[in-house]
Design a protein around this ligand. Structure first.
Ligand SMILES: [Ca+2]
Ligand SMILES: [Ca+2]
Ligand SMILES: [Ca+2]
Length: 537
């Protein structure tokens, strides 16, 4: 990218008096309990152990809720997230537990239903919601439905076809997609001449979502968990509901959405629709509240590209404005679900190299936190944890450090030795320039101005500096803000006089590179430090 850069000689003194994010004077929080939250995703197996077996569990999470949110707005020793998404907690044969053998219980490795209820209650007491990971595409091959169907198939004569299936003998034979043909996405059923659909792995047979009895089973499962106190659902693998047939997947989502909302109109649902932005945008037709915003995530997503300087800062603002128009064209009530990494994606600290790698890793988190919608942060991202390659490496133990050596988990058995770059939580707590303190500040920024999550984004255009992006967040219900982003390793100066009032001032700064050099706004000309995000009101 071509940059026009002016190095600022401005001194920080004038700004220090204005109550910036990195200085001691902070604006009050303004947290609203709606569906525009900051969620913390926990990979349960690797987060916090409570009983010394090296496996993360529900009690371990409850014990560490103060780290995420201590329920006291006057303290800032917690991260300030107000939603929790737990990866699956039901009984399963694997460490990740996306192959479920019983949809209405808790895996004994993680605890009991009582532990889960206690966790939910503790979250609610702190104003946090709990999101249940809902796996409707497939069950485990060890699930009784599949086991019974397989036993039944083995009793059928050699020349039997699907036409011969008798549900009065085996009610579960049509819960899955069996075939005598070896089709794409199908696995051989051992000891028979049948095949079954299994898109992810032979241990995860796809269910037959055309079957109304299967639909009803999942509606009942959702009700069960809502009765347990679950607030929200995260839907796993929605593009695989009907592989290669988005319209049918969307139809299945509509039915699930209606079933859940008719039971609890306040339930919020986010779908994992891991495909192109154009395609997941179209899934908003289903009425599901949110879909994860994959276009901005991962090492090649818009956030990382902006942090690396591969695209100009303005492209970030333009992309926000564009996607808001795109999603609302399918559902005017949509809520974006921005995220930057998750348990299936290489961890962010490995995306960057060179002298500014740490600044870029911080700044990327800042970009995520200024996006509109209900945002998600993957545990350990706030410590710049590493982990790439095989999935196990992306799910390494939370680095509590000396803070809590008892809670440290062993991590997945097949995980490589993952070397961390930026230290443990206890190391980073001591260092006010750490990625941990930056993330806390970025979440605080989001919690200070409700319009950031709830407002519409407008890219405000040219401010005579290619290194800067100037955007506004506006809404009828909350005070508007202007945000200026510098994605370069130099201070950048831009004329923003046409976008602000005469008495506008800098009210918050997120400084990813050097917390001692502050931005300056004078006569409509703003100076933004390297990798800085500045709010002007
Ligand atoms: Ca344990
Ligand atoms: Ca607090
Ligand atoms: Ca499927």
């Amino acid at each position: 990218m071509k940059k026009r850069v002016l190095v600022s000689l401005a001194l920080a003194t004038s700004v220090l008096l204005q109550g910036c994010g990195n200085s001691s004077a902070k604006e009050a929080l303004n947290i609203i309990e709606d569906d525009y939250r900051t969620n913390y995703e926990i990979f349960v197996y690797s987060f916090a152990d409570s009983d010394g077996d090296g496996i993360g569990d529900l009690k371990g999470i409850t014990n560490h809720l103060d780290y995420i949110n201590d329920g006291d707005d006057s303290t800032d020793t917690d991260l300030g997230c107000n939603g929790l998404w737990l990866t699956p907690v039901c009984p399963s044969t694997t460490y990740h537990k996306y192959d479920i053998t019983d949809y209405t219980d808790i895996d004994p490795q993680f605890g009991t239903l009582e532990d889960y209820e206690e966790l939910i209650q503790a979250c609610h007491e702190r104003g946090m919601t709990v999101t249940f990971d809902f796996v409707m595409n497939h069950t485990s091959s060890e699930h009784p439905w599949f086991q019974e169907a397989v036993s039944y198939l083995k009793t059928l004569p050699q020349d039997a076809t699907t036409e011969d299936f008798d549900e009065s003998v085996c009610p579960y034979v049509n819960y899955y997609n069996f075939s005598k043909e070896a089709k794409d996405g199908y696995e051989k059923l051992e000891g028979t001449d049948w095949y079954y659909e299994a898109r992810f792995w032979k241990g995860m047979p796809d269910v037959n979502l055309d079957n109304e009895k299967v639909q009803q089973e999942f509606f009942d499962i959702a009700k069960f968990w809502m009765d347990e106190g679950v607030d929200n659902f995260r839907l796993d693998a929605v593009t695989s509901y009907y592989t290669g047939n988005p319209e049918k997947s969307i139809e299945a989502l509509s039915k699930l959405n209606d079933a859940i909302k008719s039971y609890n109109p306040n339930a919020y649902i986010v779908g994992e629709c891991w495909t192109s932005q154009e395609e997941y945008a179209s899934y908003y037709k289903s009425g599901i509240d949110s879909f994860f915003d994959f276009a901005f995530a991962d090492k090649d997503g818009i956030i990382a590209k902006c942090a690396k300087g591969i695209i100009p800062a303005s492209s970030f603002g333009k992309a926000l404005e564009k996607e808001e128009a795109l999603y609302s064209s399918y559902n005017s009530d949509y809520i974006n679900a921005p995220f930057y990494t998750n348990h299936d994606i290489n961890r962010s600290a490995g995306y960057y190299s060179g002298d500014y790698a740490l600044s870029m890793a911080k700044f990327a988190g800042g970009l995520n936190m200024i996006m509109s919608g209900n945002t998600y942060l993957y545990y350990g991202e706030e410590l710049g944890m590493k982990g790439s390659g095989k999935d196990e490496n992306k799910r390494a133990p939370m680095q509590w450090g000396e803070e809590d050596t008892d809670a440290l988990c062993d991590g997945p058995t097949d995980m490589d030795d993952v070397k961390m770059l930026y230290g443990t939580l206890s190391d980073q707590k001591e260092d006010t320039t750490s990625i941990y303190h930056y993330y806390k500040d970025a979440i605080r920024l989001r919690n200070t101005y409700p319009v950031i999550a709830r407002g519409a984004t407008t890219y405000l255009g040219d401010c005579d500096s290619d290194g800067l992006c100037v955007l506004s967040k506006t809404s009828d219900d909350y005070d508007d803000v202007i945000i200026i982003i510098n994605n370069s390793e130099e201070s950048c100066v831009g004329d923003i006089s046409s976008f602000i009032t005469d008495d506008a001032e800098i009210t918050y700064e997120l400084l990813a590179n050097d917390v001692t050099t502050h931005g300056e706004l004078k006569d409509g000309v703003i100076t933004v430090p390297p990798y800085g995000i500045i709010v002007v009101k």
